[in-house]
Write a protein of this length. Structure first.
Length: 510
């Protein structure tokens, strides 16, 4: 059985995803055959593997850090929220139903433990090391009984645990101590130590606190990672995360032409795969912002209606806020609009939904001649084609089936037949996520947008989204290599948690 490690966090968004990716990239650069793993992921930000399985995008990014293809084994359980109380459960890459939070934690979750452990065992039998990511905090004592992603998986697989804390939020020492002190003695035995994330300033000023923490807990700190901008790639969810997580802030690189290009992304409810616009933000001179008011569309050169887990709910939200009328006016004025997946469906004439919202027949915005019917079986594919004379590829994750009754296709196959989407004037729609990561197509699309908007904007001729992503992953690897005790980390991965770690009272409640 291979070496392993569980990267847990004091909170959600402590940096578990990027730390896991950084450890993976550091290991693979040492010649280690390594894979990522997250037993259970709650996210609307997902990806389709080559075998047609849906997994969290964070695990796909971590697989790229390992320089391997992502598979369903790396994220066996994916929960896709459909509201405050329920989620779609995706098991081994395929949807298996909707469950309330109470129903999932009331017993269904524990029944998945065997599947989760089987996947981890298979990975550990194939790779030299498997770096696992936890979820939220391991000290969520109300959920410990049914936990399959934090200490539940660590105890069953005998994984050492590294707890990551975001010092930029404050209170990191209390968070580290409290996390350990709220775990049972059996779980505490596996918590090897800590990793400080997002530190600003002189590390020597922090060291007395780290020494005191070790005296209090008997556990060392394995590194202090400095704060770095622009490293929040392909994280799980949340508009705040996506704003921070763009590939390159537009202020870093000036525009190639005389003008910038302004992109407004409608911040619709249950937004999925907000990373679709990261490729736009990677372009020098493209300014991407998320908006929720109609007046914020006025100066935009392109408006993007992104994907969503709740198409009908998002449509209602657009109408309530006046954004729907603004989009209709914009399309009539031949000002560029792009709808992606759920956004494409919203721009159509009619939606028949007995699956996602069960709302039945709903009128769309009517700016594209498209009628959408929601099928029970989810489309999960990795298609390739051609658009605007350039090669394009992407991935599809949707229940909606589009019947295009007019306009022209957006994406074509190699024989010139319409393959996906619809275009009318300067309004485009496609079911393909990730299409803007195809560099030549993205440049061609931005040239069309600039011409329609009357902007003297020129796409940079050499922007490679894939190369930028590799640069980011290497930066994550550099952070681990330069600011963590990598010798101690490797001993932890290879040999497990140190023996004789002290118990910190009070421990988990009985």
């Amino acid at each position: 059985m291979s070496g392993g490690l569980l990267v847990a966090g004091t909170t959600s968004d402590a940096g578990k995803s990027v730390v896991t990716a950084g450890i993976c990239r550091w290991l693979v650069r040492q010649g280690v055959k390594v894979a990522p793993f997250k037993a259970q992921n709650m996210s609307l930000n997902s990806f389709v593997t080559r075998e047609g399985a849906e997994i969290g995008r964070a695990q796909a990014m971590q697989a790229q850090a390992c320089r391997i293809e992502p598979t369903a084994l790396m994220n066996p359980v994916l929960l896709k929220p459909g509201g405050e109380q329920s989620s779609q459960v995706v098991l081994l890459g395929k949807p298996v139903g909707e469950l309330s939070a109470r129903g999932y934690h009331g017993g269904h979750q524990q029944r998945l433990l065997g599947t989760v452990l089987d996947c981890l065992t298979e990975l550990r039998g194939t790779y030299d090391a498997v770096i696992c990511e936890g979820a939220g905090s391991p000290a969520e004592i109300n959920l410990r009984r049914t936990d399959i992603v934090n200490m539940g998986i660590a105890r069953n697989a005998r994984l050492p645990v590294l707890v990551v804390g975001d010092i930029d939020r404050g209170g990191v020492f209390a968070s580290f101590f409290g996390t350990v002190a709220l775990l049972s003695p059996e779980d505490q035995e596996l918590v090897a130590g800590f990793l400080v994330n997002k530190f600003r300033g002189d590390v020597s000023l922090l060291e007395p606190g780290l020494d005191m923490l070790q005296d209090l807990t008997g556990r060392r700190t394995y590194g202090v990672l400095p704060f770095r901008h622009g490293l929040g790639i392909d994280e799980e969810d949340g508009l705040r995360v996506s704003l921070r997580g763009t590939v390159r802030e537009s202020t870093v690189a000036p525009p190639v032409g005389e003008d910038v290009l302004r992109v407004a992304v409608c911040a619709i409810p249950l937004m999925s795969n907000f990373t679709d616009v990261d490729a736009l933000a990677a372009e020098p001179g493209v300014v991407v912002r998320f908006v929720d008011r109609p007046e914020e569309l006025a100066d935009a050169d392109l408006v993007v209606v992104p994907g969503t887990r709740g198409t009908v709910r998002a449509l209602q939200w657009l109408r309530e806020r006046g954004l729907a009328d603004a989009l209709v006016r914009r399309a009539a004025e031949e000002r560029p609009v792009l709808g992606i997946c759920g956004g494409f469906q919203i721009l159509g004439e009619h939606i028949e939904d007995e699956v996602e919202s069960r709302a039945g027949a709903v009128a769309g915005l009517g700016v594209l001649p498209v009628r959408v019917r929601f099928a029970r079986e989810k489309t999960l594919t990795r298609p390739v084609g051609e658009a605007l004379g350039e090669p394009v590829e992407g991935y599809e994750i949707h229940h909606g089936v589009a019947d295009v009754t007019g306009g022209e296709a957006f994406i074509f196959d190699d024989r010139g037949h319409g393959l996906d989407g619809c275009r009318v004037g300067q309004t485009w729609g496609t079911h393909w996520h990730g299409s803007l990561e195809s560099d030549a197509f993205r440049r061609a699309f931005l040239r069309e947008v600039a011409a329609a908007a009357g902007r003297r904007f020129t796409p940079a001729p050499d922007t490679s989204f894939a190369a930028l992503r590799e640069e980011q992953l290497d930066r994550l690897g550099d952070l681990i290599e330069q600011h963590a005790d990598t010798d101690a980390l490797w001993r932890l991965i290879e040999s497990g948690a140190p023996q004789g770690l002290p118990f910190i009272p009070p421990g988990a409640p009985a």
